[in-house]
Design a protein around this ligand. Sequence first.
Ligand code: C5P
Length: 230
Amino acid sequence: MREQRPVIALDFPDFETTKAFLERFPEEETLYVKIGMELYYACGSQVVTYAKSLGHSVFLDLKLHDIPNTVKSAMAVLRKLGVDMTNVHAAGGVEMMKAAREGFGDQGTLIAVTQLTSTSQEQMQKFQNIQTSLAESVLHYAKKTAEAGLDGVVCSAHEVAAIKEATSEDFVCLTPGIRPSGVEPGDQKRVMTPAEAREIGSDFIVVGRPITQAADPVAAYQKIQAEWNS
Ligand code: C5P
């Protein structure tokens, strides 16, 4: 299932900046926004409630990782807040992921982080003591995520084909690291354009700075959306 709206990463430090950004969009333009740790820890649940009051869908990117009971209770709170999508670390285990599903319910989209893209294979092998390739570890976690009854994973666009092959076509792949053609990649290393991400089967793309830092964020968003849906 491909979501037609690119998910905008609201990587802002405070409520005022977020509000000023969202107010630039026409009222009838309902967005899909990603609220991460920085903004959530700065503002708390009011930023979720605010985005929902504007009619936007919210992906709360908090990457929960704790004992199953704690994760289940936290997820029940997020469900009450009306969060549309959220995530956990697959490393928390199948029991934790099942508990997350129970707490969050079946309505929203619940996905897992496999290996963070900032983790290198060498780091994984030495620090986590996992003696396999990074690609194998990602696939292992994706399969366990599916087994736990979650909807999908956050992954690099380059991993989508292998993950769908190992799980199923409708296993959700949400991919950050997207840059429209002609835009500086910045600190993102292996980027893809929205059109390429669509080609390889991403279900959701996450785009931050190319929209949030653009001189005209609305125009930048519409251009990316058009490329994603072309
Ligand atoms: O500004 P940019 O488009 O690079 O933002 C991408 C968003 O996706 C940020 O919120 C970043 O934390 C997140 N992200 C990522 N790569 C991952 C996982 C999350 O860029 N592997």
